[in-house]
Design a binder for this molecule. Structure first.
Ligand code: SF4
Length: 329
């Protein structure tokens, strides 16, 4: 529940120890029990941070332990074939992250003797590790006092200070609020507050541990128009024979999901009835997907894959979703 909307009060927006104390005490009591928090070593935290980029916590929780079981150390990950890494990543989407993860693991083994660099600036030399990820790993694992900025931090700090803060200024403000004693916990606490209490819509200010220090106590006024999703239709052929499914592989030069496997797309379904329909959203586009039984066109070049081998293949997220909806995997 909010205490009001856009009612700016005169408060001192300067970070102080009270804020850190209140936030950290709340975090100690209420933090979610997430698997990567149980043993925060560099490999586990790095893996969780890469998975959490663009993926919901619940989906990451579902895949994290399985991935870790398959690749328990950075050495094992580095030694794996790319196809195996992509297959283990299936369901998390944005497969570029998996390729970068694999490349980074190889770099850690090759250039750092299998030991992760111990500070944010060196971590940024690893493929797929940007400013946010480097700061998250360095603060959580090595206790380095570097602040993180993500969407949650931006929203919480904006509301706390009663104004929109962007760009480099946001990083500076996050650094100013940071606890030097417990930087990793503080970073996680601020993000956790944004994810569970100071949510984008209807922040729960009555439950907020820092409400007495907050300038806004509600949502900041928005200047931007809500994003309108484009609507698109697509159709895929689901050809199943003798316990196998016909799949095609995306080109290695495709800008999205290169070398991943998928059902062949039909440009002209010829009035075939849909076996099932489903919705699939990708960033700004909302697809209505029809799936028809039977063969793709003669031009489709692919291969038959036995059903039991499907999950070992790097499938696109949509293909996995279709095969699940059709109760094939
Ligand atoms: Fe409400 Fe706390 Fe967010 Fe301020 S920081 S808007 S009091 S939830």
């Amino acid at each position: 529940m909010t205490l009001g909307t856009n009612q700016s009060r005169t408060v001192d927006p300067l970070p102080d120890k009270r804020f850190q104390r209140l936030l950290l005490r709340w975090f100690d009591r209420h933090k979610r029990d997430l698997p990567w928090r149980r043993a925060p070593d560099p490999y586990r935290v790095w893996l969780s941070e890469i998975m959490l980029q663009q993926t919901r916590v619940a989906a990451v929780v579902e895949h994290y332990e399985k991935f870790l079981k398959r690749f328990p150390t950075v050495r094992r990950l580095a030694a794996a074939r790319e196809a195996s890494v992509l297959a283990a990543w299936s369901g998390l989407g944005y497969y570029r992250r998996a390729r970068m993860l694999h490349a980074a693991a190889r770099k850690v083994v090759r250039e750092y003797d299998s030991t992760f660099p111990g500070n944010a600036s060196e971590l940024r030399a690893l493929p797929g590790v940007g400013r946010y990820t480097a700061a998250a790993i360095a603060s959580i694992v090595f206790n380095e006092p570097v602040a993180v900025v993500d969407g949650n931090v931006e929203r919480v700090l904006g509301r706390l200070e009663g104004k929109r803060i962007e760009g480099e200024r946001l990083w500076q403000r996050a650094q100013a609020w940071l606890s030097r004693e417990r930087p990793g916990d503080f970073n996680q606490a601020l993000m956790e507050l944004g994810a569970t209490v100071c949510t984008p819509r209807q922040p729960r200010c009555l439950l907020c541990p820092v409400s007495r220090l907050c300038a806004t106590r509600g949502e900041l006024a928005s200047n931007s128009k809500p994003l309108r999703q484009k609507k698109r239709q697509s159709c895929y052929a689901l050809d199943q024979r003798n316990g196998s499914i016909f799949l095609v592989q995306r080109s290695s030069t495709a800008s999205l999901m290169p070398r991943m496997w998928e059902l062949p797309e039909l440009t002209d379904p010829n009035g075939r009835d849909a076996r099932l329909t489903l919705r699939h959203s990708i960033t700004d586009t909302d697809y209505r997907v029809r799936v028809v039984d039977g063969p793709a066109g003669a031009e489709a070049v692919g291969r038959w894959v036995v059903v039991s081998g499907l999950t070992k293949l790097p499938l696109t997220g949509l293909t996995r979703k279709i095969l699940r909806a059709a109760r094939i995997i």
